[in-house]
Design a protein around this ligand. Sequence first.
Ligand SMILES: *Cc1c(COP(=O)(O)O)cnc(C)c1O
Length: 418
Amino acid sequence: MAFTYDENGQLTADGFLASELATEFGTPLYVYSAKGFTDYFTAFQKAVAPVNGKVHFAVKANSNLAILSLLGKLGAGADIVSGGEMMRALSAGIAAKDIVFSGVGKTDDEIRLALAKGVGQINAESIAEIKRIEAIASEWAIKAPVAIRVNPDIDAKSHEKISTGQKSTKFGIPIDNGDAEAIYDYIHHSDHLIARGLAVHIGSQLTDLSPFEHAYRKLISLAESFRQKGYDVPILDLGGGLGVDYHGDSEPDFASYGALVSRIFDGLDYQLGFEPGRSIAADNGMLLSSVLYTKSAEDKDFVIIDAAMNDLIRPTLYDAHHRIEPVTQSNRPRRISDVVGPVCETGDYLAKGRDFAEMESGEVLAVFSAGAYGSVMASHYNTRAHPAEILIHDDKVHVIKPRKSIEQLLEDEYNPFS
Ligand SMILES: *Cc1c(COP(=O)(O)O)cnc(C)c1O
């Protein structure tokens, strides 16, 4: 674990005191551990090494340029879902050929950008999209490398807003009604498309491995049937989705996931791709926030902090649990408290009904496992600047996203009446 308490009950981040980081860089503050990212990413790579897996980090989980660059140097490719993420991955030094472009709604401009830069693979999700990619490739007299993302109709048993593998979701191409085969046949016969293979991604925050197994077995049986028909299927892209323990008791079990994959794909001849995001990033970031006030209501207390739903929306959006602790442990009396932000919404909370040591104004709290789907989902709601972001690397602290002043935020707009 990247963030641990020392013998004095002080939270530390790779040798730095969290309380001092909060004072020096201000709160709310995202703190990332380069060592943690490196350890987790390397553990994932090692887990899928027996099947020769190529790992494309899912940029949407944490897209800070420093993080992408760090992972790129460790050998990560990138799984992207927009032209903006393509620009980020390239700017971080990840080669275009190591980029997989996913997503259900790519615009013409995004497809052009990806093809112009030499993207490794576009995972298409509909016949309409395939035809747009083909038309653009044909305009330029090139061949576009495409895979199709199929919908295996499997329940990931995760939160409904992050489950993507069932028929009722917008994701992927159905298998059972013959659509996947018809589209692959179309690609096979096109002069401007190269068939690269099949992809699945059934959802995020999967804590049980069995949905992966079901999805991968469906994928294999489809791939084998395609090969029998004479289609090229070099790559199977197995998506991301491995969950983390938001209660902070354990690290993601990369080894079990790797063992599952090895067992399923043993003896089969495919290039395998992986797209983990959350499992690499979540535990290696935390959000530090200062207590503004506390107040008592009828049956509980409120701890009002300077971080809010605009800084970390997961609790509000997904009812997500994040472990929250004071950066200095204490023996003060405990209270049942809601940890809430200053934003004018009842949904603006980071935790509800927690058994929590009494806090005082100015004290700092750590919201753990905030390294994935945290800062990337920040908004300026209530005209609040995004939290600053720092990365601890080799005993140095780098400010990898400075906090903007409110003046800078206002400069983003143009007022024709002033
Ligand atoms: C979001 C996403 C991922 C990453 O999912 P995690 O749960 O963060 O590992 C991978 N692939 C695709 C296509 C995605 O949309």
